[in-house]
Design a protein around this ligand. Structure first.
Ligand code: ASP
Length: 327
């Protein structure tokens, strides 16, 4: 198994130049070269890992067709949720140690409205259920059997997926039954997406099958507002990927947004969140965490604990996978 983390550039998307006049800088991940101040406000879409490329593509199309930035971040990550060859997002994900694929997702808009589902089984699009929780209930988060019942009652259907390769991988894992998170391989890789529309409105989404072979019932950072995702239109938006427990302990995405509010660049804010994780944990061997952020003025950046994290950036210049700064 293994997804090649390649540099991938798609330029010259039809119609984008006319739609997005004014963007002049190509994306870059280097901390000191953050394009921040030079970039005009959106549209702009950032998402984690190379599965972010098709997700960004879809999100961009949604905005180009007149959809809202909230529609964009929902529909963008749905592409990855539907990809049954993806082993870390959606129903194609690797299971927990009992063999169940359990899904976490959340979504948040410019005004801080939020919806979330955790420990959900057998639904193709947890992100859409998270959005429905936001829009149709007075709550933010539903979990487990209650979330599943609510989803069924509200028009979502279950889907049963059996993937022989996943079953075989789980059987193999059971031979040793060792739970040991490994950095930057496909046993954990959420898709987190943050985006800004042409009016400067922000939104974000995050969806995952979580850590492979986790304890049944484990919930990571991805459905937790402030950990895997945080959006406040006044300050910015951030999302996270990697070992969720590390992110939760520092309220990672909230930390990044608050640091941007205080004037830090997105990359600096992401770096500070990573440094907090480093200061609080003695042994981070074989663990990865990455943050992405867009500041309210359209500046963007990312930072990771170690080498290997890449993210997809869609600007008027195209959709590009860039390696994150790290350290
Ligand atoms: N953050 C996710 C989790 O802990 C996994 C990942 O992003 O790799 O469930």
């Amino acid at each position: 198994m293994g997804v090649e983390r390649r540099r991938f550039i798609q330029l010259g998307l039809a119609g984008t130049a006319a739609y997005l006049a004014g963007c002049t800088d190509a994306p870059t991940a280097a901390l000191e070269e953050s394009p921040a101040e030079k970039l005009p406000q959106g549209p702009l879409v950032l998402s984690t890992w190379d599965h972010g490329l098709p997700a960004n593509e879809r999100a961009w199309e949604v905005m180009r067709a007149g959809g809202s930035v909230l529609d964009a971040v929902e529909q963008g990550v749905m592409v990855v949720e539907s990809d049954l060859s993806n082993r870390s997002v959606g129903l194609g994900g690797l299971p927990d140690r009992d063999g169940h694929v359990t899904l976490d997702a959340c979504i948040q808009d410019h005004d801080g409205r939020a919806g979330s589902v955790a420990f959900l089984q057998r639904f193709e699009h947890p992100i859409s259920i998270a959005r429905a929780v936001m829009e149709r209930t007075p709550h933010v988060m539903l979990a487990g059997a209650g979330a599943e019942r609510w989803a069924l009652e509200n028009g979502f259907s279950t889907r049963d997926v059996q993937i022989p390769e996943v079953q075989a991988a789980w059987q193999k894992w059971l031979e040793r039954g060792e739970y040991k998170p490994v950095a930057n391989i496909e046993n954990h890789d959420t898709i987190g997406m943050v985006a800004m529309d042409a009016q400067g409105r922000l939104a974000g989404s995050c969806t995952t099958s979580g850590m492979a072979y986790k304890v049944h019932g484990r919930v990571g950072d991805s459905p937790i507002i402030g950990a895997g995702l945080f959006v406040d239109g006044e300050a910015g938006a951030a999302c996270a990927t990697g070992v969720g427990e590390l992110v939760i302990r520092v309220a990672g995405s909230h930390t990044v947004v608050e640091l941007m509010r205080q004037g830090r660049s997105p990359a600096e804010a992401c770096k500070e969140a990573v440094l907090r994780i480093q200061r609080k944990h003695k042994d981070l061997k074989d663990m990865q965490v990455g943050f992405l952020a867009i500041r309210a003025d359209g500046a963007y950046g990312g930072y990771a604990l170690r080498d290997g994290f890449s993210y997809a950036v869609h600007t008027a210049q195209g959709n590009e996978l860039v390696p994150s700064a790290f350290g």
